[in-house]
Structure formats: C-alpha cells, structure tokens
Ligand binder design. Structure first.
Ligand SMILES: *[C@@H]1O[C@H](CO)[C@@H](O)[C@H](O)[C@H]1NC(C)=O
Ligand SMILES: *[C@@H]1O[C@H](CO)[C@@H](O)[C@H](O)[C@H]1NC(C)=O
Ligand SMILES: *[C@@H]1O[C@H](CO)[C@@H](O)[C@H](O)[C@H]1NC(C)=O
Ligand SMILES: *[C@@H]1O[C@H](CO)[C@@H](O)[C@H](O)[C@H]1NC(C)=O
Length: 523
C-alpha cells in the first residue's frame, strides 16, 4: 500500500529520474515510520533548509570481521586480546570501490556534493537542501516534530533508493528513527523523606563489591566513558558536592578528564549526573570521558552518530557505559545487523561496550508477547541488568529487581557463549512459575549478562542530593567502573584490555555471584 502511494508521487514529480528507468526499492522495510507516542508534527521543512543524511555503505568481509571478533574476545583462543587498530579494521571492512563509485554517482547525479567520510570509510555523511534530500529518496516529505522538549526532522513516508543501490547501502540514517522515549533510560527519583545514611552511595557500592579503600586506577592508558544522547549534561558543581558528601575514604578524580561534544550550560540531567558520579566513584581514579552526542542537527540520530564518531577516533575510551534502547520490533533487521557490525568493530579494537538492559522488565506488547529491546538483545555487547538488596538498607545479598530489563531476542539466536548457561537456567526453573512459552523466543539471545544494585541511589543533581534514584542506568556505570579496574590490572601486567567481555564472563561464572532469587510477577 505504502509502496503504491510512494510510487504514484514519484511518477507525478520525477519523470526526469524515471526516464533513466531506475526502479526504486525500499531499504529497511521493517522500520516503523509512525510517529511515536508523545511526538507531534509541527511543520513541513522549508525546501532550502539544510539537512544531513547518513549513508551506511555496504561493508566488505563482515564474515572475516566477525570471525576475528569471536577469536580476540575468547580467553581460550590463542588470538585472545590480539586487537586491531582502527586502520587495520578499515582495511578489512571498507566498502568496495564499486560501492563507493555507485553511491557517489547517484549522489552527484542528484546534486549532492557536500559529503564527508570517516576512517573506516563505511559511512558517508552528506549535507543538502531538504528539497534535494526529498527528491533523492523517492519524493519523501520531511517534517519537523517535537515531544515538547526536543525537535527532530523526520519523514513518515518511507524512503526509496534505486534498485541497483540495494547491494551498496545498508540504510540511510536521519529519515525515520525517532529518539527513543526518555522513560527507559532516565532514572526515576522518588520522594523519600529519609535521613542521609539510608540508601546507596559510593562506599556502600564499594563495600558490596569488595572494592577496598586501596583500590584506585593507576595506569595512564586506562579509560572509561559515559556516552550521553538525550540532552543530558553533567555539571562540575554537582560533582564537587557529590565528592564532599560521598567522596571520602577512597582516591578519586575531582573532574571529568575529557569531554567530547558541546556541553552547554543549563540544568544538568539526572541520568548524566548519575552516570558520571557512579562511574567515577566505582572506577575511581581512572581517566573518565564524558561523550555527548545530540542536538547538533535536528535530523541527527544521536546513537548512530556516536557509533560513527567512534569509528573515526583512533584512541577511544576502553570501557563505555551507555543507556539507550529501542523496541526490537520497531527497527529493521538490516539496521540491527549493521549496528551489530559496528559493535564488532569496537570489540575487535578491544573496546568494551555496556548497555543498561532497560527499566520495563520483560516489557509487554499486545498483552501476548514480551517486548525485547535493542541493543540489549545484541549478542555483540554486554547488557547490564539491575538487582536490589534483599534487606533494603543493609549491605548484603541481592535479588533480581522487578523493573530490570530482561528477556530473549526475537531476531538473534542465543550466541554460543551463553547457550550452556541458558539451558541450565531453563532446566533449573520451576515450569509453574515460568511465563507462557508463546510470550518469548526460548532460543533467542537472552539478556542481561550481568547485573548490579540498581535502586535507592543518592545522586547530586543541580546541586541537590536526590535520593531514591533507580534503574539499570545506575547499575551500568557501576559494572563499567569494576571492569575498568580489571583493565587497570591487565594494563599494569602488560596485558591487553578486556574488550568484549561476555565470553570471559560466561566462561567464569564462579567469579560472579549467582542472583538466584527473583521477584516474580504474576501472570
Ligand atoms: C580501488 O581504488 C583505489 C584508489 O583509487 C586503488 O588504489 C585500488 O587499486 C582500487 N581497488 C580495486 C580492487 O580496484
Ligand atoms: C517531594 O517532597 C517535597 C517536600 O516534602 C514536596 O514539596 C514535593 O511536592 C514532593 N514532590 C513529589 C514529586 O512528590
Ligand atoms: C575481597 O578482597 C580481598 C582482597 O582484596 C580478598 O582477600 C577477599 O577474599 C575478598 N572478599 C570477597 C568476599 O570476595
Ligand atoms: C591516579 O592515576 C594516575 C594515572 O592516571 C596515577 O599516575 C596516579 O598515581 C594515581 N593516583 C593514585 C593516588 O593512585
């Protein structure tokens, strides 16, 4: 139906293009193009307004890259830790001359000449007037939308590309995907009127995970990072007060060491405050980056932009803790596969990517299915879930926390590293207490991979100590800080960093605490 509509418009408006007898096809047919809840359309974008589109060029040798990814990440493999530089990765994956030539011919033929590429040569970012962008992609229509706070430029009409480019492009970015809602990744704060000593703060977390007073980063080359996407800024004033209240008894850095992107003044975000305060107090005295991607262009997809920038930076931070997710169901498998390849590129460089598993438990779609989240379901990243202390204000055993995102992918099979333990989990589980099998994909990639305490956090936000902050956004930077300490030891011993850590985690379950108690929901 949509195809027919698109083509009609195309016939009416672009006989010049058609006279070259291009046949047009959709990329990402599975991508949702509807306006998500909470967003409204404001206006049509003026024809001469400048837009930026991102062209994901088909890479070469993705199978070679994947093979390397598994080898360098597997502690039992002789290639473990033999990471590649970004330029070496570029030599493997960069698009063929034919791909580059075909895409450039198409763009130039349509008047698009202002393009730039990155070190790995697999993304082209091009600026052009809206009119040109609309014509290029099969006469789509760009509109401006808002959720009350942010504004983006998107098209509800599906884009088309000439059929012969299907073999040369994975997708075009900046057209359809809206920024995911804030709900999933922003910690909630509850109004608990309780004295300061109740709740979780750095010394509680450090005691629970046995990070003694003496532990602190030492190696110059070590680093950790919190990428931020959604108008989340941190403030030095918040960090100053946080250290005054919660910084005693262990060595730490007072300030973020490196900021990427523009961090404007104004209010700090609870998510950014939480992430910086807990990555810096768990991964204490480790070089910390704050990597902010957003808002530069209304047509930007910040998460995609972060991955592109990562592929254009030689010395990227070693451990990265991100809170970002989208409903797996609403994005196209071609897009997810390409993002997975970007994750592999990071792993082959020895970078560790951690994603908060989400704060909606297993989620719910149609009242009949769970709602897995991407990239939580990606087999190529480490997904961090949430626990809670069984005795709420004591430091002791943990149980699974009911909001902690978890489940099984509907697109990605369980990777080898987790098959045995997932099977064990099903054998161990009481069938009476399991949800109906039709709700989820038993053989899919299961998540999360690891978890930490995720509620009752104290966070200083806009110079106010806020109690009761919760979410997997809290556990993720804590796990990141712990892994960054492990990297510190490895670097000091002349070993390469951990890189993609899942094979290591699943091969060494005895080094982790089994959180076997769960809060079961009733069905
Ligand atoms: C691709 O283009 C580059 C630069 O123009 C050239 O050096 C190289 O030989 C070409 N590769 C192939 C396989 O044609
Ligand atoms: C939180 O508590 C304060 C002081 O008791 C009160 O003024 C405020 O309305 C409360 N906020 C919420 C969201 O309940
Ligand atoms: C905590 O760490 C110390 C050494 O740093 C070790 O001796 C002790 O066994 C650890 N405790 C636990 C519970 O892992
Ligand atoms: C903190 O880390 C730096 C390296 O980044 C190191 O030189 C310094 O000695 C560390 N400080 C302490 C107190 O360990």
């Amino acid at each position: 139906m949509r195809v027919a509509v698109g083509l009609c418009v195309l016939f009416a408006g672009f006989s010049a293009v058609l006279s070259r007898s291009f046949e047009y096809v959709h990329l990402e047919p599975g991508q949702s193009t509807s306006i998500p809840e909470g967003w409204t359309r404001i206006e049509r974008v003026a024809p001469d307004e400048d837009l930026k589109l991102t062209f994901a060029l088909k890479q070469q040798n993705v199978d070679v890259l994947e093979d390397l990814f598994w080898k360098v990440s597997d502690p039992t493999h002789e290639e473990y830790g033999h990471y590649l530089s970004l330029h070496e990765i570029a030599d493997i994956v960069k698009p063929s001359n034919e791909t580059v030539a075909e895409v450039e011919r198409w763009l130039e033929g349509s008047g698009v000449t202002d393009c730039s590429t990155i070190i790995t040569e697999d993304f082209l970012e091009c600026s052009m007037p809206a009119r040109t962008a609309e014509n290029l992609l099969g006469d789509i229509k760009f509109h401006r939308y808002t959720d009350g706070k942010r504004r983006v430029i998107r098209s509800e009409v599906r884009y088309l590309v000439p059929r012969h480019l299907k073999d040369h492009l994975d997708f075009v970015g900046g057209v359809h995907r809206f920024p995911p809602g804030l709900k999933l990744k922003t910690a909630e704060s509850k109004n608990i009127s309780s004295p300061q000593h109740i709740g979780n703060y750095p010394t509680v977390i450090r005691e629970r995970y046995n990070i003694s007073k003496e532990v602190g980063g030492k190696h110059e080359a070590n680093s950790q990072c919190t990428p931020q996407f959604l108008e989340q800024y941190y403030h030095q004033g918040d960090l100053d007060l946080f250290w005054r209240l919660y910084g005693k008894g262990y060595v730490h850095r007072d300030e973020i060491d490196k900021v990427v992107g523009e961090v404007p003044g104004g209010l700090s975000g609870i998510e950014a405050s939480l992430d910086t305060q807990y990555i810096m107090s768990t991964g204490n005295n480790i070089t910390t980056w704050f990597w902010y991607t957003a808002g530069r262009h209304e047509q930007q997809e910040p998460f995609l932009q972060w991955l592109i920038d990562l592929s254009d930076m030689e010395n990227a931070p070693l451990v990265n803790s991100a809170s970002y997710s989208d409903k797996e169901r609403t994005v196209d498998p071609d897009y997810m596969n390409r993002i997975n390849t970007e994750f592999m590129k990071a792993g082959v460089r020895g970078l560790t990517l951690l994603f908060a598993s989400g704060d909606d438990g297993a989620g719910c779609h149609d009242n009949k299915h769970f709602e897995p989240q991407f990239p939580s379901t990606s087999p190529y990243v480490t997904t961090v879930g949430g626990t809670a202390f069984i005795k709420p204000f004591g430091i002791g055993e943990e149980q699974g926390y009911d909001i902690s995102g978890g489940g099984f992918s509907n697109f990605f099979d369980a990777p080898d590293y987790q098959k045995e333990l997932v099977d064990k989990y099903f054998k161990m589980s009481d069938p009476e207490k399991m949800p109906p099998a039709s709700y989820y994909n038993r053989v899919g990639r299961g998540y999360p991979d690891i978890a930490a305490v995720s509620n009752h956090y104290w966070v200083v936000n806009n110079i106010v100590p806020v109690p009761g902050v919760l979410g997997t956004s809290a556990s993720c930077p804590v796990v990141a800080g712990i892994l960054a300490h492990l990297n510190d030891h490895r670097l000091a011993a002349g070993l390469p960093p951990l890189g993609f850590v899942n094979p290591f985690l699943y091969q060494n379950p005895e080094t982790l605490t089994d959180v076997s108690k769960h809060l079961f929901l009733t069905f």
